[in-house]
Design a protein around this ligand. Structure first.
Ligand code: FAD
Length: 419
């Protein structure tokens, strides 16, 4: 039986971010994952600036090692396809100053990115990492959580449990009471393709808002070896209402969409098309309790507009580590004390979740999406504003205001940027 103050369940980005942050705070922990790394995780593989900002805050050398790795593509902008098939390239603002700046975003297979994080974790001498260890039993005994695997060969007793076991977290559902709510949940499928034509040479990620699948979107993200991460996602309640099958939709679009089909003419599917869930953060939930905190997908913290969850898993992991430090200092692991974790997560991520949710609802109407696409394509100022959408949440807030769009519509700067 292992004994520890802090045990982390799951070594995806959320769990590893928590463990690394604790380690840099000088606090030992044990972390376990059911997988053996490197392992795949179904994802779009887009790594936002949030992640690199936090890695840099932790230790600039970790970020430098990531930058110097061969397994990522630098992302310098977004290519949108509106429902009326108007194509629009939006370079990130940072693109203008590329010589001195790191890219604002990256695409990196999770097989590589998560393994990179695990390798960083293994360098830390105050972290004990167990792979191939599926935690299936948890029990509250007095002030402790007792956890074990199926056959009892791994047992741990901990004062504080940080559950970072992802979208299908049993602990979050059974103990935290976080049930799946289809209006605040999305489903998505992902496929790896080689030989897709017309990928941006600038490493732009592509988001296609296609009439038949709106308010979902189809994505094509460029990978380092010339391959592409291709996928399709949609809110679960709408998916159920439309009675769509995402794998069939993906195949249908690749086979029959006038803009996509020629690009996939010589493409080859590498492996299988795989689906997975995204617990969205558009509904406020309690993510801590007696002796535990929920981090990342286990806490339903995926951005409801972009589907981005790695950055929020990192943020919640850092906040959980700091909260754990406060718990140890006060020797208080009660639900009442741990509420401070919920408050901080809400303060850091709450407003951007609300804004993203408002924007998600706006673009769910094809007509609105078309009109916005039209306004953007004819207005340089709108393009400038949008070029900051992934890095600046004030910008997202602006985009939820009808007055902003009216001003853009009436604006004098109408230099076209459409293709
Ligand atoms: C199709 C799709 C596309 C996406 N695209 C993007 C994107 O482009 N960018 C982005 O930022 N986000 C994206 N996301 C969301 C992103 O994948 C998640 O938000 C992110 O992985 C959350 O990290 P996490 O550490 O909380 O959970 P996970 O990455 O799921 O890690 C959980 C870990 O817990 C382990 N585990 C689970 N159960 C147990 C157990 N019982 N015992 C031990 N270990 C266990 C698992 O093996 C896993 O390693 C996408 C999601 C999907 C489904």
């Amino acid at each position: 039986m292992l004994e520890t103050d802090i045990f982390i369940l799951g070594a995806g980005p959320g769990g590893v971010a928590t463990a690394l942050k604790l380690s840099y705070l000088g606090i030992p922990c044990i972390i376990a994952d059911k997988a053996v790394f490197p392992r795949d995780k179904v994802c779009g593989d887009a790594i936002s600036g949030k992640v690199t900002t936090l890695l840099n805050r932790l230790d600039p050398e970790i970020l430098a090692r990531f930058h110097n790795s061969p397994f990522h593509v630098d992302v310098w902008g977004i290519r949108f396809l509106a429902p009326n098939e108007r194509l629009l390239d939006i370079p990130f603002k940072a693109q203008q100053d590329r010589s001195v700046q790191n890219a604002p975003g990256y695409v990196c297979r999770r097989m590589d990115f998560d393994n990179f994080l695990i390798e960083e974790l293994k360098q830390r001498n105050n972290v004990q990492f167990f792979d191939n260890t599926a935690i299936t039993k948890y029990e509250r005994q007095g002030e402790f959580w007792m956890l074990s695997n199926d056959d009892g060969s791994f047992k741990v007793k901990t004062k504080l449990l940080i559950a970072a076991d992802g979208a299908y977290s049993r602990f979050a559902r059974q103990i935290g009471g976080l049930e799946k709510d289809n209006a605040h949940y999305a489903a998505a499928v992902r496929a790896y393709y080689s030989n897709v034509k017309g990928l941006s040479e600038e490493g732009f990620i592509e988001l296609h808002f296609i009439k038949s699948i709106i308010p979902g979107y189809f994505w094509v993200f460029p990978l380092p070896d010339g391959g592409a991460n291709v996928g399709l996602g949609m809110r679960s309640d709408i998916l159920a209402k439309k009675q769509l099958n995402l794998k069939e939709c993906l195949a249908e679009l690749i086979e029959n969409h006038p803009k996509l089909t020629p690009r996939f003419a010589e493409a080859r599917l590498e492996g299988k098309v795989i689906g997975f869930g995204l617990p969205l953060g558009s509904k406020k939930r309690t993510i801590s309790g007696d002796g535990y905190m929920l981090v990342g997908d286990a806490g339903h913290l995926v951005d409801p507009l972009t589907g981005e969850g790695i950055g929020n898993a990192f943020y919640s992991g850092f906040i959980a580590a700091e909260q754990a430090q406060a718990c140890l200092k006060e020797n208080n692991f009660s639900a009442a004390f741990l509420q401070a974790y919920d408050v901080r997560v809400e303060r850091v991520l709450g407003s951007e979740m609300k804004i993203s949710y408002r924007l998600q609802k706006m673009i769910s109407f094809p007509r609105i999406a078309n009109v916005l696409g039209y306004i953007i394509s004819r207005n340089q100022k709108a393009i400038q504003v949008l070029s900051n959408i992934y890095t600046d949440f004030e910008v997202r807030l602006k985009l939820t205001k009808p007055l902003f769009w009216l001003k853009m519509y009436l604006g004098l700067d109408r230099k076209s940027n459409s293709k």
